[in-house]
Design a protein around this ligand. Structure first.
Ligand SMILES: *Cc1c(COP(=O)(O)O)cnc(C)c1O
Length: 361
């Protein structure tokens, strides 16, 4: 076995111990004589798996009792439509903060369903920082405010929770969920595609305050109706059983580490190592404004597109994979989610130093 340090933005690394655990039970789970992949989702063997996944996520995130946890499919991108369908239901108005590509896609999708306004944007600075907002930024009669909490492509993260007063705040947390503690009660809805920090692709987690459910537009497809999904315990149809099982193992891994407080310490240690190095030299440029830096996705460039290309290719040859940045930013991006060990970031920084020495500008 020869595992690399995989800096992919998603799907991305999973904890080795989780993969080993899944491997051990791959052919026969417990005494069932079958793989979790082969089980009926309504079987006595699977029911505790999904119940446990929910219980463990509730424990990890300290989710209050008045919130439902849904295990859905379709990725975060499907929720871009489900959110206006479920929640743009009083005044048919919603306010969006544009902080990158995914929040822009969410905004464009919502425009199909009502009066949707971009109340703040950092597009003019190529999304290199998080837009500032105050209570006055939002329309008092907006049905909700939508943000993307961590911007996977640009490497920025909200360092504040927008004050929306009584207006429910809805957050796409695909690339930062369970990386640090968040106060769930500050949000009406949190949603995340699982393939960045929780599980293999195919699972989408939605955490929704109960009182917001039950007012979906009448033409909402059944599969996008959160109330229907909640009433059926995420089993209106076949849920993504295998990713739910892996997510459960990942939640257990975090609880064993000491929960999100410990997880945050480990993540900060990794991110600080990389950012401190970036701040200590002038070969690489980190385009993101310091106050908006993401702890999960770190972007940097050499300023020379040819050198950037060479960097990603040479890093790949020594087992530091998938460091090429997204095409809209260029340069490099190191995604250092929960499962990336500290040693992976150490190896990256050592490589960066060597590369700078061997490739003078
Ligand atoms: C990856 C990502 C998405 C898109 O997720 P899909 O599951 O592919 O639809 C949306 N938002 C954020 C913040 C992401 O990182």
């Amino acid at each position: 076995m020869n595992r690399v340090y995989n800096f992919s933005a998603g799907p991305s690394m999973l904890p080795l111990s989780v993969l080993e655990s899944a491997q051990k039970d791959l052919l026969a789970y417990g005494d069932t004589g079958m793989s979790v992949m082969e089980m009926s989702h309504r079987s006595p063997a699977f029911e505790p798996i999904i119940a446990d996944a929910e219980a463990k996520l509730r424990a990890v995130m300290e989710i209050p009792d008045n919130y439902k946890v849904l295990f859905l499919q379709g990725g975060a991108s499907t929720q871009f439509a489900a959110i206006p369908l479920n929640f743009m239901n009083k005044n048919k108005k919603a306010d969006y903060i544009l902080s990158g590509q995914f929040s822009t896609k969410a905004y464009q999708e919502a425009q199909k369903y009502g009066d949707v306004v971009a109340v703040a944007s950092s597009k003019d600075v190529n999304f290199s920082r998080i837009p500032e907002t105050t209570r006055a930024s939002f329309r008092p009669d907006a049905d909700y405010v939508h943000i993307c909490y961590n911007n996977t492509i640009y490497g920025t993260k909200f360092n504040y929770i927008p004050d929306t007063g009584d207006i429910p705040l809805i957050a796409d947390m695909s690339s930062c969920i369970i990386s640090e503690p968040v106060d769930v009660s500050k949000f009406g809805v949190i949603y995340a595609g699982a393939q960045k920090n929780m599980a293999p692709a195919g699972l989408t987690v939605v955490i929704v305050r109960e009182d917001l459910l039950g007012n979906a537009r009448p033409d909402t497809p059944a599969m996008l109706d959160y109330k229907l999904m909640a009433d059926n315990g995420s089993m209106y149809n076949t849920p993504p059983c295998w990713p739910i099982y892996i997510a459960k193992l990942v939640y257990e891994w975090i609880l064993d580490l000491g929960g999100l407080t410990e997880m945050k310490k480990l993540n900060e240690k990794k991110a600080n190592l990389l950012y401190d190095y970036l701040d200590s030299q002038d070969y690489y440029i980190a385009p993101v404004e310091k106050a908006s830096r993401s702890m999960m996705n770190v972007t940097f460039v050499t300023g020379d597109a040819e050198l950037d290309k060479k960097f990603a290719s040479e890093a790949g040859k020594v087992g530091l994979k998938n460091l090429k940045g997204h095409r809209s930013v260029g340069g490099m991006r190191a995604s250092i989610y929960n499962a990336m060990p500290y040693e992976g970031v150490e190896a990256l920084v050592a490589f960066m130093k060597d590369f700078a020495k061997n490739n003078p500008k």
